[in-house]
Write a protein that binds this ligand. Structure first.
Ligand SMILES: [Zn+2]
Length: 470
């Protein structure tokens, strides 16, 4: 395994060496579930998906955890406005998020922990920070992390500690902090806000503490990779490092990966500015989920990505080339010797694809290797220079690389059929077009004995595999 990744904290590109050999543990900051997820968030999630898929393709075991923030100021405001509980509101939006995950073919994370289910873990962590002198209480019972107690604060974001700004989520004087830079670990109950009765007293957690508590609960006190959008570097990830390492005395994360912004019309996509496109709305408007996945995936994660109709069109054209090749390969029949140059072509395509992804997930170069293969395959098809089995070898490689990409058609279409069977299905279509019903029926019966049922529809012939009985 030679995957090299650029770590935000050190600024270095380093080989991935899992703390536990053969097992990579990854945490990704997930959505705040109070509204529809926009595609800028999904860009960040899909880059983590690419990482997870590639590691698994390389034969590594991966444990992937993504949190669901189901308690924060915005959720409370939205629930109050809608006259429902934060639980009902969060459940509704989690279901919508998971539908988007499915539509975009994102690998479901192994664990999707919810903040409200981990209050005890957060309380224990805050108690430890208090005991070690890194946290203090204000008069109203809120608890803050004391940044002065943690000299390494600011390293991730490369900030001068003297010039730190207060985080946007809490007003400096709102909870009576000692220092405007300090951040809330625990918030005392205010008005009608939800609160938990805990050993810390009543209240609710601040935002940052949930990611430290839940990542360490599910992945251990030190783990391999933490991902998120670049806007989470400060203060969120800076705060995660401070509170985690201050509590455990151990390095929190080996490699930090941050995904650049998605832009639309030249502006950063963010809920706060209203410059957003939501997954569900785009799909309802007729955008192909595969094309949307392709657009969000196809630019290197540390480069800005401009979302536009032109980008969707280009993605659609790229997918068409892949689909057409798969269909053509499925129908390709040529009784001749295997092409002696094909093994080199296939090996070169695979090693080019892997070398690109090994280089800090260079997806653009990986796709270039894939489309070089498409061009070469089309050239050989036009020249009829391959055998039927060769066509199957190209198709097998495309399917194998697609374990990483997740962009090929997933249906049990003609492409998935063995070449010999595909040839029979094709021959039957030819017979029907010639109105040769006797030949058509004969081929149907022959296919049935081989485990393939064919039926004739308005859109032409369809096939499916017969379930094996017994
Ligand atoms: Zn987080």
């Amino acid at each position: 395994m030679m995957l090299r990744l650029r770590d935000t904290l050190s600024g270095e590109v380093r080989p991935l060496e899992p703390l536990e050999p053969g097992h990579v543990r990854i945490y990704s900051c997930g959505p705040t579930v109070y509204g529809p997820t926009h595609i800028g968030n999904f860009r960040s999630f899909l880059f983590a998906d690419l990482l997870v898929r590639y590691l698994r393709y390389r034969g590594l075991r991966v444990t992937w955890v993504m949190n669901l923030t189901d308690i924060d100021d915005k959720i409370i405001r939205s629930a109050n406005a809608a006259g429902e509980s934060i639980e009902d509101l969060a459940n509704r939006w989690i279901a919508r998020f998971l539908a988007d995950v499915d539509a975009l073919r994102m690998t479901p994370p192994d664990v999707l922990p919810r903040a409200t289910r981990h209050i005890d873990d957060m309380v224990r962590l805050i108690e430890t920070l208090e005991a070690k002198g890194h946290a203090y209480r204000t008069e109203d019972g809120s608890i803050f992390f004391r940044i002065d107690s943690w000299p390494a604060y600011g390293r991730l974001a490369r900030l001068d500690p003297g010039q730190l700004r207060v985080g946007g989520r809490v007003e400096a004087d709102e909870y009576g902090k000692d220092d405007v830079r300090d951040f809330a670990l625990w918030k005392s109950p205010k008005n009608e806000e939800p609160s938990w009765a805990t050993d810390l007293g009543p209240g609710r957690p601040g935002w940052h503490i949930e990611c430290s508590a839940m990542s360490m609960r599910h992945l251990g006190e030190s783990f391999d990779i933490h991902t998120g959008g670049v806007d989470l570097v400060f203060p969120h990830h800076e705060d995660e490092i401070a509170q985690s390492e201050a509590a455990t005395g151990k390095p929190f994360v080996r490699t930090w990966l941050h995904c650049a912004h998605l832009r639309m019309g030249g502006e950063k996509m963010a809920k706060s500015t209203g410059n957003i496109a939501r997954v569900a709305e785009l799909l309802e408007a007729g955008v192909s989920p595969r094309a949307l996945r392709y657009v969000l995936l196809a630019v290197h994660y540390r480069q800005g990505l401009d979302f536009s109709q032109a980008a969707l069109d280009a993605a659609g054209a790229a997918l068409d080339r892949l689909d057409t090749l798969l269909t053509t390969l499925a129908g390709y029949v040529e009784a001749r010797n295997d092409d002696p140059t094909l093994p080199d072509l296939l090996e070169g395509a695979r090693s080019g694809f892997e070398a690109a992804l090994d280089d800090d997930l260079n997806i653009s170069a990986a796709l270039a290797a894939l489309f070089d293969l498409v061009r070469e395959a089309n050239r050989r098809i036009a020249a009829r220079s391959m055998s039927t089995a060769d066509a199957g070898r190209i198709r097998d490689l495309l399917r194998d690389l697609d374990r990483v990409l997740g962009i090929l058609p997933a249906d049990a279409d003609a492409d998935a059929l063995e070449p010999e069977l595909a040839a029979l299905v094709k021959a039957r279509a030819v017979a029907r077009a010639a109105r040769d019903w006797a030949r058509s029926d004969q081929l149907r019966d022959e296919l049935a004995t081989l485990g393939i049922a064919v039926e004739d529809t308005r859109d032409g012939q369809r096939w499916r595999r017969l379930e094996t009985v017994g």
